[in-house]
Design a protein around this ligand. Structure first.
Ligand code: CP
Length: 317
């Protein structure tokens, strides 16, 4: 297995099964620090730079919280409009990253352009972590999600994932690639105009993922062990910021998971994940059911970023 020290985390395309297992093991070892709300000194001499060209609540703050839990330091920006990349100069990723690499020991980047963190990694002498790039990928979110499944179900192998939402979404790409490393199958349900692209299907076929597409959640939810949700009423992920208009669409029933649907049709032990934020596809009254695991998923977001930062910064091998 390749070492994670100094490595960029850009995509789950090239992650191998043993690498998933290793990250999950490191997360297990670090988890008590987060659970006991302790801060340690594992990364006391390291600084993380956050470069967020798109809004974020969870991904940026979970990385920052992880860094604090490990005793490290954080600097960066959460709004590119306050930098030279977002004003008259439109400073390039190359020039920006040449600065950021002097300010810290790893860079976590979210960008509206697909491939922007990959471009940053070409120029940075420190590890770059992809915190979501346009419609591209969201590897740290999906590592969090699979760690949650493993923690809650004890396995990823043998499970059926029902993936509901906009198939252009970056999490859907990362989870497709990731599941191909496990003996798991996927059922994708989304609106036709947001369905799996032919290119992505070819990649899933090439990776031998067992998957199918369905039209209505209600037709397939009885088969799901993990219900993996994203909104279909979506922001434009290729924009730096997508403000909410006066009219916001409603989620069609095909893509909603309600308390009644879970009671009527879902497996008794199935779990629901949602990387959040949500719209009306997942009504708040589902939160009180035994199936909801998205708050655990959010907590694991900190644990997973602790593991990734400890690994790429060489504090754990
Ligand atoms: N799940 C997720 O990426 O959330 P944020 O957009 O708030 O980071």
């Amino acid at each position: 297995m390749r070492s994670f020290a100094g490595r960029d985390i850009l995509s789950l395309k090239d992650f191998e099964r043993a690498e998933f297992a290793h990250i999950f093991e490191i997360a297990d070892r670090l988890e008590p620090i987060a659970r006991e709300r302790r801060n340690t000194d594992l990364l006391a001499h390291k600084t993380l730079v956050t470069a967020f060209y798109q809004p974020s609540t969870r991904t940026r703050l979970a990385h920052e919280a992880a860094m604090h839990r490990l005793g490290g330091h954080v600097t960066g920006f959460s709004d590119a409009k306050m930098t030279r990349a977002g004003d008259f100069y439109q400073e390039s990723i190359k020039d920006t990253v040449h600065m950021l690499e002097y300010y810290g020991d790893a860079i976590v980047m979210r960008h509206f352009q697909q491939g922007a963190p990959h471009e940053a990694a070409k120029w940075a002498s420190v590890p770059v972590i992809n915190a979501g790039d346009g419609w591209g990928e969201h590897p740290t979110q999906v590592l969090t999600d699979l760690y949650t499944v493993l923690s809650e179900m004890g396995t990823i192998d043998g499970l059926t994932f029902l993936c509901i939402g906009d198939m252009r979404m970056r999490t859907m790409h990362s989870i497709g690639y990731a599941l191909s490393q496990f003996d798991a199958e996927a059922i994708f349900v989304g609106p036709e105009e947001m369905s799996l692209t032919d290119d992505f299907k070819a990649e899933l076929d090439e990776r031998n993922l067992q998957y199918e597409e369905a039209e209505h959640v209600a037709d397939v939810i009885h088969r799901a062990d993990v219900i993996y949700m994203e909104p279909v009423v979506q922001a434009d992920y290729t924009a730096g910021r997508d403000e909410r208009g006066e009219q916001v669409g409603m989620t069609p029933e095909n893509y909603q998971v309600t308390r009644k649907l879970m009671a009527d049709k879902a497996k008794s032990d199935s779990i629901i994940l949602h990387s959040l934020p949500r719209m009306d596809e997942l009504p708040p009254d589902v939160d009180g059911t035994r199936h909801a695991r998205y708050w655990e998923e959010a907590y694991n977001g900190v644990v997973m970023r602790m593991a990734l930062l400890a690994l790429v910064l060489g504090a754990m091998e």
